[in-house]
Design a protein around this ligand. Structure first.
Ligand code: TLP
Length: 344
């Protein structure tokens, strides 16, 4: 049976060009800083994001964790959204491993945190308080529908951070999707941030890894933390080689994923029993729910779709997330729409 996997863009397998680059990659011991392919990937990512340096890490989770631990001391506070991936889905790593306290503010439907709410959350100097050190944003914002945050908004948050001597981290797991959707460069979106994590193994299709970028001094510190986390890898140039192909050849084509997400949303909007989230899709994610006429739970629908070879994610008792990516073509989109129609 043909499998159409819309659960996430993390399910993407490497492209043939990536597999060739991996097989031919020149490698060395990266803990000695001697893997030429990793060094090239780190320089390329830093260049694309307008930062001094980059660090290849195993995952987006490790990139965010290393960044937050590099910026914060134990007991410091990070301000982030209540729907932030770092808050919801990174196993509490910042508090478990870094002793970093989190202050969650409500994410607005457009993925932002209200500027006034951030200002009000910044702690005054007082022995009773944790020290506010960092603000963390996410772009695109996954749980807010894959919506892109603008350059202007990111600059406003940076201005506020500067006013209070705070730092700004950007979880840019899908920053290139945001750049494509907004028609701006990833560099412009990353410019206000002191650090940014971008993922290679989501829409960009590489099998493994993310790159954390920032100043030279910040990356030196993050590199030590990566070592503490057990993330100092050796001949990982075989992985970085796919990452280079991802950054060099896979960014522009994200527009195709966005177009397919629109085609998917359009088709699903005419299936009785489904309600699309307002504004969906913003990029490569379609969020939708079952209406009250459907006597099934999201989990039951997921099971029945899976029997037809269509995999989707349930993200609530009645809600789904479908994500388009390189391995989803127009036919797969149409088949998925048809499968929903059959199941409902
Ligand atoms: N997100 C995954 C799941 O964990 C939910 C997905 O399928 O979308 N930041 C953001 C915004 C993310 O969406 C993710 C992964 C990460 C960080 C973590 O990346 P990895 O999985 O590489 O640790």
């Amino acid at each position: 049976m043909k499998i159409i996997d819309l659960r996430s863009d993390t399910v993407t397998r490497p492209t043939p060009a990536m597999r060739r680059a991996m097989a031919e990659a020149e490698v060395g011991d990266d803990v000695y800083g001697e893997d030429p392919t990793i060094n090239r990937l780190q320089e390329l990512a830093a260049h694309m994001l307008g930062k001094e340096a980059g660090l290849f890490v195993a995952s987006g989770t490790m990139g965010n964790l290393a960044a937050i631990l590099a910026h914060c001391n134990r007991g410091d506070e990070v301000i982030l959204g209540d729907k932030a991936h770092t808050f919801l889905f990174e196993a509490g790593g910042i508090s478990a491993l870094g002793g970093v306290h989190s202050c969650q503010l409500p994410n607005q439907p457009d993925g932002t945190l209200e500027i006034g709410a951030i200002r009000a959350a910044i702690r005054e100097e007082d022995d009773h308080h944790p020290v506010t050190r960092l603000i963390s944003l996410e772009n695109t914002h996954n749980r807010c529908g894959g919506v892109a945050l603008s350059v202007d908004y990111t600059r406003q948050v940076k201005a506020l951070a500067e006013e209070y001597g705070l730092l700004l981290h950007l979880d840019g797991a899908r920053l290139f999707n945001a750049a494509i959707a907004l028609g701006v460069s990833a560099k412009e979106l990353a410019e206000p941030a002191d650090s940014v994590t971008v993922c290679l193994s989501k829409g960009l299709c590489a099998p493994v890894g993310s790159v954390l970028c920032g100043s030279e001094a910040f990356i030196r510190q993050a590199r030590r933390i990566r070592k503490q986390l057990g993330g100092g890898m050796r001949q990982a140039g075989v992985l970085a080689a796919a990452g280079i192909v991802a950054l060099e050849t896979m960014v522009e084509r994200l527009a195709e994923d966005h177009a397919r997400a629109r085609r998917l949303a359009q088709g699903l909007s005419s299936v009785p029993g489904l309600i699309l989230d307002a504004g969906t899709p913003h990029t490569n994610m379609v969020y939708l729910s079952l209406d009250e006429t459907i006597p099934l739970s999201a989990e039951q629908v997921v099971e029945r779709l899976a029997e037809r070879g269509v995999k989707v994610g349930a993200v609530g008792p009645r809600q789904f997330r479908l994500v388009t990516h390189y391995w989803i073509d127009d036919e797969a989109v149409d088949d998925a729409i048809e499968a929903f129609g059959q199941v409902l």
